[in-house]
Ligand binder design. Structure first.
Ligand SMILES: C[S@@+](CC[C@H](N)C(=O)[O-])C[C@H]1O[C@@H](n2cnc3c(N)ncnc32)[C@H](O)[C@@H]1O
Length: 484
């Protein structure tokens, strides 16, 4: 029997919600029915799933979902919620009855409640309110109102057999909180999402981090969108401090990384943490995995320029997750030389350090997509960030490849002017031999635009300041020394 669930989300990274959950659903091949169209202003979805096990599987992966509740009742007012719940106790059919618009009737089958009421089941009731704070006493008063439920077991606050959840939703605008909640829910708690991982993998406590280490939550979202599963082989070709490998290894993948920067890769760059003078010898990607108990998932890391082919043709990866350089906080470079016909003399060969040239964003994404088309397993996924100037952004700018299908595109706003988009591609065709992709086909060079805008805003600020000074001088000349 399909059951009805409330999926309650954290109200952040809202644009990533669908992409993450859809990836998890397709990873576990879980069908879903939406009882109500999800909207970005509400931190919850009401859905039907084939079984409790499906709900638990989603919760076992999602970091954006807070928890999942088997929905027994819902209403637009407190009184109506209790009326609906009382009516559910009379509903001996195995059918849901609901009036969707006003939730005047939102009645679940009695059998859902009955299974929780055995004297052998200890229980507790939890109250959660969104966008409004209540004291412990106020919460206890709310709990007291549920005494008509025929719960026969004993109350147990730590690890009870059954947890019942009561949720009140007061909207998402903390500056305009209504007196009464907009929406109320009651049901049986089923599972917690993976929010604890955010603290567990926090950069604050991680042994080795760099200036551009990916935050723990987004790294997990990326691993989910890449549908990483136990035994997969995953690569990050712009690995930096290896944050994305940590998330991949957490979900059971074996991980490879490569980066052009020897110093970064071996934890020898200037320390990132404020107050730290020198890096400790312990700082390495391998030790990060050890810190989280996934050292056995470490394959290796390599110093390598991504623009130069490194892997044999037949080498395949299950997934690629990566955050290429944008050229703002770290240079976008590849090995090369501007001069033509340059040859290296024999005597310089042994201690030669190759020079570098600009590796423009269009070339980076062209290399990335060509690499993914060649080295991903069929249906394998590439999940990567793509920086954009928000005002200029159009879907047509996104890198594309005939062997890869873009299946998700979510925006994270960085500043007033800039954002980055998390792109998820799936490999749909293995015949790469005939495909060549023009690196400069429509992908803008973010770095050039970013600095042009920066230059513009600096100039604007200077002009405005000059105008202000001129106005001040003019006013002062008119009014004399009264002006300060
Ligand atoms: C945004 S950072 C990646 C940060 C990483 N996700 C982390 O969590 O630490 C981009 C990385 O790309 C590397 N990189 C730049 N140019 C490269 C190239 N041509 N080949 C390989 N890596 C390169 C930089 O050294 C940098 O470590």
């Amino acid at each position: 029997m399909w059951r009805r669930y409330l999926l309650w989300f954290a109200h952040e990274h809202v644009d990533f919600r669908h992409a993450e959950i859809n990836s998890i659903l397709s990873l576990f091949k879980i069908p879903i029915r939406f009882i109500e169209k999800p909207c970005l202003e509400k931190p919850y979805w009401i859905v039907e799933l084939p079984s409790e096990d499906c709900a638990k599987k989603i919760a076992s992966r999602s970091v954006l979902m807070k928890n999942c509740i088997e929905l027994w009742s819902r209403a637009k007012s407190i009184d109506q919620l209790h009326i609906n719940l009382r009516k559910s106790l009379q509903n001996t059919t195995s059918k849901w009855i609901f009036e969707n618009v006003e939730c005047a009737e939102y009645i679940c089958p009695k059998e859902l409640i009955d299974v929780c009421c055995s004297p052998n089941n200890s229980f507790k009731i939890e109250v959660e309110t969104f966008c409004k704070h209540f004291s412990i006493q106020e919460k206890l008063d709310k709990i007291e109102e549920f005494t008509y439920l025929p719960l026969k077991g004993s109350v147990k606050l730590k690890n009870p057999d059954i947890t019942l959840s009561y949720l009140e939703f007061y909207g998402v605008n903390p500056n305009n909180v209504p007196e009464q909640p907009y929406d109320l829910f009651f049901g049986k708690w089923i599972a917690e999402g993976q929010r604890d991982l955010i603290r567990f993998h926090s950069l604050k406590k991680r042994k080795f981090i760099g200036n551009t280490s990916m935050d723990a939550q987004l790294a997990i979202v990326m691993a989910n969108q890449a549908q990483i599963a136990p035994g997969h082989i995953v690569i990050d070709p712009f690995v930096g401090s290896g944050s994305l490998l940590i998330a991949a290894a957490h979900f059971g993948a074996y991980v490879w990384g490569s980066d052009i920067d020897y110093m970064m890769l071996h934890g020898r760059t200037r320390p990132t943490r404020v107050g730290q003078k020198v890096r400790s010898k312990e700082e390495s990607i391998k030790n990060n995995l050890k810190q989280y108990g996934t050292e056995s998932k470490y394959i290796d890391i390599l110093v390598s320029d991504f623009s130069l082919p490194l892997w044999r043709d037949g080498v395949k990866f299950d997934a690629m997750i990566t955050d290429p350089p944008y050229g703002v906080r770290e240079p976008t470079e590849k090995i090369g030389i501007e001069r033509n016909n340059y040859t290296l003399s024999e005597e310089h060969l042994t201690n030669h350090i190759p020079s570098k040239v600009e590796y423009g964003l269009p070339h980076i994404y062209s290399d990335l997509l060509n690499f993914a088309a060649r080295h991903l397993e069929m249906n394998g996924r590439l999940v990567c960030w793509f920086p954009v100037i928000r005002a200029d952004y159009q879907d047509e700018q996104l890198p594309s490849h005939p062997c890869l299908r873009l299946i998700a595109n979510s925006e994270q706003i960085l500043t007033k002017l800039t954002a980055r988009r998390l792109l998820t591609y799936e490999k749909i065709c293995d015949d790469v031999s005939s495909v060549t992709v023009d690196p400069s086909s429509g992908v803008p060079n973010f770095r050039d635009k970013y600095f042009a805008i920066g230059e513009e805003t600096r100039r604007e600020r200077k002009e405005r300041r000059a105008e202000e000074i001129a106005t001040y001088a003019a006013v002062k000349a008119r009014l004399g020394n009264e002006v300060t």
